[in-house]
Design a protein around this ligand. Structure first.
Ligand SMILES: [Zn+2]
Length: 372
């Protein structure tokens, strides 16, 4: 079978490889499920791995098959698979509990304290940019056929679900928390999904991005589901408080770390700031009003939390949200899926779009590996 692989830590090494088709017996205990990949999303993580920034090949290989945003169909199951059958649609989770931390041993590998990760398509495990993969049913989420067209969005959405679940868990410290307004910093693929998830929860949502709203599809998509959109070139997050009031919840996914200090200053009493950008650079921020920010956090019982990865429960929350989104905002998610690449062999096109997403006005780029 065909797959898209990279030579980890080597710039622009994406290439097609021919591999043996995996077998259900590759997973021990009869729990293996053979999945035909139908769609696989491509994102900044794939771009950064192909740029040689990170990524680790599995033991015994000098290449890593890319791909973590996946959607497929079950074609064969092992004798002890209970909850899935041939023909079912599935999405696989990404991180595996192969580390040594106590969180790995209790199945909360998204909270691992290890510095090594086992993540399909990213680190130490082959990914889903292939015609088939095999996985234990423990790591597969069943997808209702009615949301199959947009289910490739589940993996990115799972990251947001985890962030919002963290916020909810932390805010249980308040016996009564009735949040009304939220700001979403960054309106790319992740930001738009966050705007959606918060609208589904009834928040008044204010999205912020760099680009000016005119002719910007992402801004139109915010407005289509009742959120606002502002360019930070015209209205800074800090100044937006004059217009919209302080925010009960802020979700940061810009990749631009200085904005977190503005976000800290724009939070309401008892509010919570969720940080979800992996900023791999070396940027430092001068002129931070640290006394003021600290005092506001203390006197206002404000909270801030970092979040990464997602576990099975967050994927399951995401399935519910996608179903609700299709009911409330029918067709909206499909509008985010702007660029379809037919066939894995056209991977160069996908990377060109990822590297020039502005030029292409791309929100989500994905491969159609086989027809639904
Ligand atoms: Zn991704």
């Amino acid at each position: 079978m065909k797959a898209i692989a990279v030579k980890p830590k080597t710039k622009n090494s994406a290439h097609l490889v021919e591999m043996n088709k995996p077998k259900v017996s590759d997973v021990k205990g009869g729990k293996g499920v053979l999945v035909e990949v139908l769609r696989v999303g491509a994102c900044g993580t794939d771009r950064e791995i192909n740029a040689g920034e990170y990524g680790v090949a599995p033991e015994g290989f000098d290449f890593l098959v890319l791909g973590h945003e996946n959607f497929g169909r079950v074609v064969e199951i092992g004798e002890n698979v209970k909850d899935l059958a041939k023909g079912d649609f599935v999405v696989a989770t990404v991180r595996r509990p192969f580390g040594h931390s106590i969180y790995d041993t209790i199945g909360q590998q998204d909270f691992t304290t290890d510095s090594e990760y086992w993540e399909r398509g990213i680190s130490r495990l082959h990914g889903y940019m292939a015609e088939f993969y095999v996985e234990s049913e423990d790591f597969l989420i069943k997808i209702p056929p009615k949301i199959s067209e947009v289910a490739v969005m589940l993996e990115p959405l799972s990251i947001i679900e985890k962030g919002l679940k963290q916020a909810e868990d932390i805010q249980k410290r308040l016996d009564i928390w009735q949040p009304k307004t939220a700001a979403v910093l960054g309106t790319g693929n992740v930001g738009l999904l966050t705007v959606l998830a918060l609208r589904l929860r009834g928040f008044e949502v204010h999205g912020f991005g760099l680009q000016e709203p005119k002719g910007y599809l992402n801004a139109d998509l915010c407005k289509e589901i009742g959120a606002t959109y502002d360019s930070t070139k015209q209205l800074s997050v800090k100044d937006s408080v004059e217009k919209y009031g302080e925010y009960d919840l802020i979700f940061e996914c810009t990749g631009y770390s200085p904005i977190i200090f503005e976000a800290m200053e724009s939070l309401n009493e008892n509010g919570i700031l969720i940080l979800a950008s992996v900023t791999g650079g070396t940027r430092k921020t001068d002129g931070v009003e640290s006394d003021k920010i600290n005092q506001e956090f203390v006197l206002g019982n404000r909270a801030m939390v970092g979040t990464v990865n997602a576990n099975r429960e967050h994927f399951e929350m995401g399935v519910n949200d996608i179903a609700l989104a299709e009911a409330m905002y029918t067709g909206w998610l499909a509008k985010m899926m702007t660029h379809k690449i037919e066939g894995l062999e056209n991977f160069e096109k996908a990377f060109d779009i990822l590297e020039n997403s502005g030029k292409y006005s791309a929100i989500k780029t994905y491969f159609e590996v086989a027809k639904i």
